[in-house]
Design a protein around this ligand. Structure first.
Ligand code: F6R
Length: 366
């Protein structure tokens, strides 16, 4: 049932070229040149006229929500707020009938997310769900939605569900952006082609597995890790850190790279591994400066870069090269090496990767 892999988590990481494709199936119509998402058809007008979108989720799904904030603001020009479901539900939030709430959940059973939905519903908001488990409580509680179709995720640490969520949210942002006129026909077509090439790029990123295992060997006994990223790679930094702490029990923090100088930089010395996600995008030059700041304090840099980068490698102790893609799609590729890094570190530390201590696959209590 693990298909020859040692753990479900590894199997699920390696399934991503396929699961991402499944999450696009029937939605990305490259030949016809258009996008479909059954779930939003009846709510198109709502999305067209939305004053804002509120995204509620927990954990990794919340990170997918953060990526969606960048996507929806970039492509559809709708203001987005991303909320931890547990905070949102208890703080008397301002919600109106004009709001669209997007709830994201792999299991569809997360108690806090479900309660946030009920609250938003009681205020008249339209609720759109993005779930992996078909027929789950959250899927049933929403007005409309889209399934991620990633297939069953058994490993407690979420991997393929995350990339499927981001894929669905990307398609949603593209459809809404195009309808609202903020995403031109040409740009839409370009992005569609690029999205279609993502499974192959993820496949290529998976070839880094052996290389990443060696990096894991070097760092398996460290007590701390820092993950830095900017823009679309900021949520990826958070996700990389979460993956590491949940399965390896190493303390890890994800930070927006520029925020480092407001505190975390004090942690950096010759013992601190710093994973910097530094792909070629609009914040690239800024991230290069952030790497220099880390280096000046002797931090040990593990850089995730775009293939062919010649500027960063001389500054880093380890370099992980991922295929180039459009900036808005980069999380789908850049998260993959981070999943593998946390996996190998946890295995080398003898941890129970598929069932880490204190964690459950679906959190049905608040
Ligand atoms: C992380 C992880 C958790 C879940 C969170 C939300 O690897 O598994 O952080 O992402 O409990 O779960 P769902 O998406 O089922 O609502």
């Amino acid at each position: 049932e693990k298909g020859g892999y040692e753990h479900f988590m590894l199997k699920e990481i390696f399934e991503q070229p396929r699961s991402i494709l499944d999450s696009m199936r029937g939605r990305l119509e490259l030949v016809a040149g258009h996008l479909n998402m059954g779930g939003i058809r009846a709510y198109e007008r709502k999305f067209m006229n939305a004053d804002r979108i509120i995204i509620v989720a927990c954990g990794t799904s919340w990170h997918a929500g953060l990526v969606a904030e960048y996507l929806l603001e970039d492509l559809a020009r709708i203001p987005v707020e991303v909320e931890y479901a547990s905070e949102f539900r208890y703080r008397n939030p301002v919600i109106t009938e004009r709001d669209i709430v997007i709830a994201i959940s792999q299991s569809g059973e997360t108690a806090d997310t479900l309660a946030a939905i009920e609250l938003a519903k009681s205020k008249g908001a339209t609720i759109f769900g993005i779930c992996n488990v078909v027929g789950s409580s959250i899927a049933r509680a929403t007005d409309a939605g889209a399934y991620t179709h990633a297939g069953p995720e058994i490993g407690v640490a979420s991997t393929k569900a995350f990339t499927a969520q981001v894929t669905v949210l990307t398609i949603l942002a593209m459809i809404v952006g195009h309808k609202r006129g903020t995403l031109s026909d040409t740009r839409l077509q370009e992005l569609m082609v690029e999205l279609g090439s993502i499974p192959a790029k993820v496949e290529k990123a998976l070839l880094l597995n052996d290389e990443i295992e060696l990096i894991a060997e070097t760092f398996k006994d460290v007590p701390n890790f820092l993950y830095l990223g900017r823009g679309y790679n900021f949520p990826v930094a958070l996700e990389g850190a979460l993956k590491l702490k949940e399965i390896s029990y190493i303390h890890a923090e994800g930070y927006p790279a520029a925020e480092m100088k407001h505190g975390p930089i004090a942690l950096i010395d010759e013992n601190m591994p710093v994973v910097v996600i530094a792909t070629k995008d609009s914040s690239y030059e800024k991230v290069v400066s952030n790497i220099q700041e880390v280096k000046a304090r002797k931090g040990r840099i593990i850089a995730v870069v775009t293939e062919g980068d010649t500027v960063i490698p001389p500054m880093a102790e380890f370099v992980i090269e991922v295929p180039a893609t459009s900036e808005v799609l980069v999380p789908l590729v850049s998260v993959v090496p981070l999943q593998l890094l946390s996996y190998h570190i946890a295995v080398l530390r003898g941890c129970n990767v598929d069932q880490p201590r204190n964690l459950a696959k679906s959190v049905t209590v608040e």
